[in-house]
Design a protein around this ligand. Structure first.
Ligand SMILES: O=c1nc[nH]c2c1ncn2[C@H]1C[C@H](O)[C@@H](COP(=O)(O)OP(=O)(O)OP(=O)(O)O)O1
Ligand SMILES: [Mg+2]
Length: 197
């Protein structure tokens, strides 16, 4: 099987990528498999900057083609927060604390003003290519409490109106079909012939 290397240590993202890449006959390899001791500091102020930073750092270290994902949740009533700081919103990579912080900050905000979107920027970098980025989004609203147990991160409070479910109530395949990550990867795969030439 062909392999695709993803510059992530997030197991939830890795599962999302597997649901998308397995049908394309790619095995997903992450930093947890091959570069667990490497830390890449996310010093950028945009998803694009951080995705490029992660992809280029790992690609240079391995001498291989690498894909990275920088992603997050933008809540309109919070001026776009937590945004690029989604993973660190309430401290250090604590999904439950991050969710509670969003819910507390949205207390008293009525349903019609709880609009939000997930954003995912995928960067691809390799020894013989110019680094490129692809942005995918997914629109939804923030519920008042958690629903569902699939997925990761903010999935249990992110409601997708078209499906009448939260992201955490979807299977990985259903999520991939509509998610910010799925949409970014579909843009990447459309462009892949141009990226690799
Ligand atoms: O589909 C998603 N469903 C729910 N939550 C999500 C999703 N996509 C991103 N998110 C949240 C999780 C984390 O709080 C932040 C990503 O932060 P981000 O730095 O890109 O990822 P990370 O640090 O967890 O892993 P890594 O940098 O090793 O890829 O946005
Ligand atoms: Mg990160």
């Amino acid at each position: 099987m062909k392999q695709v290397v993803i510059a992530t240590k997030n197991k939830g993202k890795a599962k999302d990528f597997e649901a998308i890449f397995k049908p394309l006959n790619y095995e997903v390899i992450t930093m947890l498999d091959i570069a667990n001791d490497m830390e890449i500091e996310e010093t950028g102020t945009t998803f694009e900057e951080n995705a490029v930073l992660k992809a280029e750092t790992l690609s240079k270290a391995l001498g291989k083609l690498v894909i990275a994902d920088d992603s997050g949740l933008e809540v309109d009533a919070l001026g776009g927060e937590p945004g690029v700081y989604s993973a660190r919103y309430a401290g250090d990579h604590d999904d439950e604390a991050n969710i509670q912080k969003v819910l507390v900050n949205l207390e008293g905000v009525p349903d019609e003003k709880r609009t939000a979107r997930f954003v995912c920027v995928i960067a691809i970098s390799g020894p013989d290519i110019k680094t490129k980025t692809f942005r995918g989004t997914c629109e939804g609203t923030i519920l008042h409490e958690k629903r569902g147990s699939n997925g990761f991160g903010y999935d249990p409070i992110f409601y997708v109106p078209e499906l009448g479910k939260t992201m955490a109530e979807l299977t990985p395949e259903q999520k991939g079909a509509i998610s910010h990550r799925g949409n970014a990867i579909r843009k990447l795969t459309e462009e892949l012939p141009n990226v690799l030439k």
